[in-house]
Design a binder for this molecule. Structure first.
Ligand SMILES: Cc1ncc(COP(=O)(O)O)c(C=O)c1O
Length: 443
């Protein structure tokens, strides 16, 4: 429901903010009608028109406990009262949160904080480059690791890029932005996800010149690609044998899928791990963690070693939120609750696709799910998600939006569940999805 307040606000925004909204998706261009929010509580978002929508976007994933979780906000407020930022020396909070991350994430021995997932992957790559003395980084098509030049390539290359390309193990890096440094593209090796042979071949060619291998262990940036055993085996053995640091980007997965990260679930021990999002239930806090010998390269005096800097890194407000969030995630077994709910959303949606004879598939893992039209097999690589029926998904999202359910109308993005989502939300979602799919099946 759009209205005068929305129209006035969004037209003012378009004068001063590119695209009229923040974040990479420039939301306003995506939605069937303009939308502006002014409040969030639990699993509900409220628009400036006073309309309440059930939130499945959850800010791209950080909100694992629900919006406005009291204990987290109270901890952040206590930190504000104690002085927002010191920017020097040691604080008790940084020690406590670093110790928690070391306890929770099996491969992590030391931690350096920052404020966003992009910063974490940037720092991880710098550490890996310093450790190996090499520059090239191997990434996988369909994995997103943030907006910086080191990694913002070959995430969602357009269909034309895929047509007619060689079947070789490597893919030409596709820049996701204008204005990127060509040296960053030249120093990136891109390989299909879940293709152990291609990965082994690329390692045979580039192993000696690689600084690191980075991946989302479950690439949710394109919905959900679940890694195969053979792929994980190849990852571990190739990086171990060649002493090439393996970087797990757990920005989405850690503390959402499991309190001890996907690394524990998959039984893989990365050398470096990037965490953010669910770590702080919406507060800007992130970290790069990993092996002591890699991290301690950053322990110098800014005249030697690796520089990991940042005025706001280790901000007490973010760390206070993280400490509380991590405690709640682990003690209330949040991942188990949201996984059970996720299983039931996925099963319900799959039944509805069958009932209505609509070509599509339900993808997802644990608390994350998505509906993809125009394909039915389980996706394993980016190529399996490259030709989705985007228009149909937008129609589905518009129908659901009219009925009070909010998520990004982009088929590559995800629904995220939280501790604040309940069986009632599930029942309402499935009832309304039934009506919207019935409508779509008649078109
Ligand atoms: C897997 C992954 N890595 C890194 C990032 C970058 O994180 P941020 O947006 O906090 O910079 C994202 C953001 O969506 C992500 O999903």
């Amino acid at each position: 429901m759009t209205g005068d307040r929305t129209n006035r606000l969004v037209s003012r925004a378009r004068e001063v903010v590119p695209g009229g909204a923040q974040t990479g998706l420039r939301e306003q261009a995506y939605y069937p009608e303009d939308i502006a929010f002014e409040a969030a509580e639990g699993a509900t978002l409220t628009t400036v028109e006073g309309e309440e929508l059930t939130d499945y976007h959850m800010a791209f994933g950080p909100i694992i406990l629900g919006h406005g979780r009291e204990e987290v906000d109270a901890a952040a407020k206590r930190a504000i009262d104690a002085g927002v930022l010191y920017g020097a020396a040691t604080t008790e909070l940084e020690v406590e949160v670093a110790e928690r991350l070391v306890d929770l994430l099996p491969s992590v021995e030391m931690v350096n904080f920052c404020n966003s997932g992009s910063e974490a992957t940037y720092h991880a790559i710098r550490l890996a480059r310093a450790y190996t003395g090499n520059e090239k980084v191997l990434k996988f098509e369909g994995c997103y690791h943030g907006w910086h030049d080191y990694v913002d390539m070959s995430v969602y290359p357009p269909e034309e890029e895929l047509a007619g390309r060689d079947d070789g193990p490597e893919i030409d890096p596709y820049p996701e932005s204008d204005g990127m440094l060509s040296a960053a593209l030249d120093n990136t090796v891109v390989v299909p996800f879940n293709d152990p042979e291609a990965f082994r071949e690329a390692m045979a060619t580039h192993g000696d010149e690689l600084a690191g291998v980075i991946l989302e262990p479950v690439p949710h940036s394109v919905g959900c690609l679940e890694p195969t055993e053979a792929f994980l085996d190849a990852l571990e053995s190739e990086t171990d044998d060649r002493d090439v640091p393996l970087v797990f980007d757990e920005v989405i997965t850690a503390f959402r899928h499991s309190a001890d990260g996907m690394q524990a679930e998959l039984g893989v021990s990365p050398d470096l791990t990037c965490v953010a999002k669910a770590m702080g239930n919406g507060y800007p806090v992130a970290a790069v963690g990993g092996r002591e010998d890699l991290l301690s390269q950053a322990g110098g005096d800014n005249k030697s070693g690796v520089v990991i800097s940042g005025t706001y890194s280790g901000s007490p407000v973010g760390l206070a939120a993280a400490k509380e969030t991590l405690d709640l995630v682990a003690s209330e077994d949040v991942p188990a609750y949201v996984t059970d709910l996720g299983d039931r959303y996925r099963a319900g949606l799959a039944d509805l696709l069958d009932d209505h004879g609509v070509e599509g598939r339900v993808v997802g893992y644990r608390s994350i799910f998505g509906l993809q039209f125009g394909a039915s097999e389980r996706p394993l690589t980016y190529e399996d998600v490259a030709e989705l029926d985007e228009e149909r998904f937008r129609e589905f999202a518009a129908g659901m939006r009219e009925r009070g359910h909010f998520f990004t109308p982009n088929p590559y993005k995800r629904h995220h569940l939280s501790l604040a989502h309940t069986d009632d939300h599930l029942a309402a979602y499935l009832d309304d999805a039934d009506a919207v799919l019935a409508d779509l099946s008649r078109r």
